[in-house]
Write a protein that binds this ligand. Structure first.
Ligand SMILES: [Zn+2]
Length: 527
């Protein structure tokens, strides 16, 4: 829509907008040439106001809907919420939200925006990889995710993309980031790009190294300082002592002295510390040091009530990323799934995983990448898990992730009971887990035993707390950023409604929804 064409959008305007969205959704799936959509958001313009009338606002904290409200937005913020109907003012844009439900902009509290979700590095596929990385941001935003927390990036590539988002050349969420992982040399992600391919070493000159990989305390201090000066707003540690890759065992961990230096640096600079923790070894250390958030779920322990209580007491949050266990617990690795890995919950998750793999999830991934990912699953049987690493195939250990499915739900329900802040994140960017699929993690929390209201809270206000941004995002309230998702039904009743946002509002800018909107908008061509 041309902004000069009309300053007032009434019901007819909204209908037209909705019709455009519907048209986009009905168009055939994009194939062939990698295309990154360029959204043209609709906004009121600098200093002008936009009024959303007849809104049904979902209050994620109270679990109720406030009907028929008017939300006034100015300069990207929610200026007021009232029940008055404005008379169209000169220069104000009015949009009728009748029969629509508005939830706070969703937050993906754990993802890797510069990783392309590929199971295998392909030196000839670099243009596809880079195109996918741009698509990552568009996919997140078009699924209602207005903020992401990037948990370990290729730093140079990240900053290039942030600049494009800032300039309005790439549609994407706002990004809270840590740059690279703060990891000891050889620690998780224990994959030296030089081992993957000589070519990836060259590529890294362009993208930056995702691993900080320090070898001494002076180097650690210098690199943490460098990352802070490069905009990092938290530290991401990798706490496990075991590799997650098939055919690899123990990996190096921080010394106590290094952990003291890291936590001291964090305290001095008021930075939260997040830790990749899949093992009890990592959990115990994180608990001792009072980490701010644990990332992922344990695959080797049921936590005791005492451990959970200590976690609650120390106000340690968790972002469980259970969806990665669903995707990486690969039955393809077995002739027959071992009996110990079978229960009703796991059987159901495996069938949902199968459906997703068999679908054409083109909204969430470049089709060529998905096809290769599915093909790579045959490596488990072809080589045997133990032989994969030495053959240059870097696949996750399925047994480990089956154990996450066994232990994770019970630990998580206990944490919920103890009042621990539970966030919601995808880990998108890792193989098989795609950007824009927060709804899959949300629905999985539901299957684990969270109510719809709890799921919504995890993906909004709880995540905002974990990001230390609850004064700006996470609820629809006066004074906060105008980040909202427009849905056609009440997600407190049906959480699946979140799969299909009708519009996404980020900082007061309205984005029509559909990754396929590229069909009607100007596009960028790559590869
Ligand atoms: Zn991660």
């Amino acid at each position: 829509m041309d902004q000069n064409e009309s300053r007032t959008m009434t019901r007819r305007g909204l209908l037209r907008l909705t019709a455009v969205s519907a048209l986009c959704l009905s168009l055939p799936t994009m194939t062939g040439c990698m295309t990154v959509p360029k959204y043209k958001p609709i906004g009121a313009g600098e200093g002008k106001s936009m009024e959303l009338i007849h809104c049904n606002i979902v209050d994620v904290i109270q679990g109720v809907v406030h009907h028929d409200r008017t939300i006034a937005i100015r300069n990207g913020l929610i200026e007021s919420i009232s029940d008055r109907i404005p008379s169209p003012r000169e220069g104000s844009l009015v949009i009728d939200m009748k029969n629509q439900y508005l939830i706070p902009g969703l937050i993906d509290a754990h993802c890797h925006s510069t990783l392309s979700s590929e199971a295998e590095f392909n030196p000839f596929g670099v243009p596809t990889m880079l195109g996918q990385v741009k698509r990552n941001y568009v996919q997140q935003l078009s699924q209602g995710v207005t903020t992401i927390r990037d948990m370990g990036a290729l730093p140079k590539l990240l900053h290039k993309n942030l600049e494009l988002i800032e300039k309005g050349e790439l549609a994407g969420p706002r990004v809270v980031f840590c740059n690279a992982f703060t990891n000891v040399y050889g620690g998780h992600p224990d994959l030296d790009p030089a081992d993957v391919s000589a070519f990836s070493g060259i590529a890294m000159a362009f993208t930056g190294n995702p691993s900080l990989w320090f070898k001494s305390i002076p180097e650690l201090k210098e690199k943490m300082q460098g990352s802070l000066e490069n905009g990092a707003s938290f530290l991401k540690l990798t706490m496990d002592n075991k590799s997650l890759l098939c055919g690899k065992g123990e990996i190096p961990v921080y010394s106590e002295e290094e952990l003291q230096v890291i936590f001291e640096f964090a305290r001095r600079n008021n930075l939260p510390v997040a830790g990749h923790i899949h093992t009890k070894f990592g959990f115990d250390r994180a608990l001792k040091y009072g980490i701010n958030s644990m990332e992922h779920s344990l695959g080797d322990a049921s936590l005791t009530d005492r451990e959970i209580a200590e976690m609650a007491e120390k106000k340690i949050a968790i972002v469980p990323t259970m969806g990665i266990a669903q995707m990486l617990a690969a039955p393809e690795a077995f002739d027959k799934i071992p009996e110990e890995y079978r229960n009703d919950f796991i059987d159901r998750e495996l069938s949902i995983r199968r459906q997703f793999l068999d679908s054409t999830p083109d909204h969430y991934i470049e089709p060529a990448i998905h096809k290769k990912n599915v093909e790579a699953l045959q490596y488990y049987r072809e080589y045997g898990c133990g032989n994969l690493y030495k053959n240059g195939k870097f696949m996750a250990k399925p047994d480990f992730y089956f154990h996450v499915l066994l232990y994770g739900p019970k630990n998580l329900l206990k944490m919920k009971e103890a009042g621990i802040v539970i966030g919601c994140g995808t880990d998108a960017g890792i193989p098989y887990v795609y950007h824009g699929t927060l709804w899959r993690e949300m629905e999985m929390l539901g299957r684990i035993g969270f109510s719809n209201q709890e799921v919504l809270r995890c993906a909004t206000i709880n995540n905002a707390k974990i990001l230390r941004r609850e004064d700006k995002i996470g609820t629809i309230d006066k004074g906060k950023l105008a980040d909202m998702v427009v849905l056609s039904a009440n997600p407190l009743v049906r959480i699946e409604t979140c799969r299909d946002p009708k519009m996404v509002i980020k900082g007061g800018q309205i984005y029509e929804v559909s990754p396929l909107a590229l069909k009607i908008h100007e596009s960028d061509h790559h590869g």
